[in-house]
Write a protein that binds this ligand. Structure first.
Ligand code: URA
Length: 208
């Protein structure tokens, strides 16, 4: 799909999300992904918070400001990447999403990623990582690179966690620096991988 086709498919997905009365958290506003549908990197958070619900845009609160800073530190602008969440509506009082809520929104995220077909999926926090790697552990796996189908998966700490801990902030900064390098090497790595067995998620070793 080219950029216009992707944009049209994402609009259709948004209309379906909006029209599905059986989805949980219906009392909150719908917050869908935004950015370049042809972006090399897609960031996936957990669920909207207060400001995201208010402005109906992902990552526009304090964690979002930090995410913007990190994106810019990697040489991109916010509009060059794509930012979304697993759960598309705010859980009350920003509580963790419940398993049924994650399950209900799961098919929409799958289709969103299929449409975007990015080089890199960077998950933000443990819920988003668990969507791809249920056995993953954020303290162990952050900053590592895994093949997930034809996409490279890079689990990152959630920026909200980095706001609470200097140690986490330093790790997040370090991991973010890897993203442009991975984008640059993507085609080469993909060509090499074709010769290997395509088990997923499989760690891409010897990269850093
Ligand atoms: N935290 C998230 O996980 N997503 C947002 O959109 C904002 C904060």
């Amino acid at each position: 799909m080219d950029r216009e086709e992707k944009a049209a498919a994402l609009e259709k997905l948004k209309a379906e999300l909006s029209g599905n009365d059986s989805l949980p958290l219906r009392e909150a506003n719908l917050v869908v992904g935004e950015g370049d549908p042809d972006a090399p990197v897609v960031f996936i958070g957990e669920a909207p918070g207060f400001y995201e619900d208010k402005f109906q845009r992902p990552f526009v609160g304090r964690a979002g400001k930090l995410l913007d800073r990190m994106i810019e530190g990697s040489g991109w602008k916010r509009e060059d990447v794509y930012i979304t969440n697993i759960v598309k509506r705010r859980p009350p009082q920003n509580r963790d999403p419940e398993p049924e809520e994650l399950d209900a929104y799961r098919p929409y995220l799958s289709r969103e990623i299929e449409i975007l077909a990015p080089k890199i999926v960077a998950t933000l926090g443990r819920f988003s990582m668990a969507y791809f790697m249920p056995e993953g552990k954020i303290s162990r796996d952050h900053g590592k690179v895994f093949w997930w189908h034809d996409t490279l998966l890079v689990p990152l700490y959630h920026p909200a966690a980095a706001l609470r801990s200097t140690g986490v902030l330093q790790e997040l900064e370090k991991d973010f620096k890897k993203l442009p390098v991975i984008v640059k090497k993507f085609e080469e790595l993909k060509a090499q991988r074709r010769k290997d067995e395509p088990a997923a998620p499989k760690e891409q070793e010897n990269l850093f």
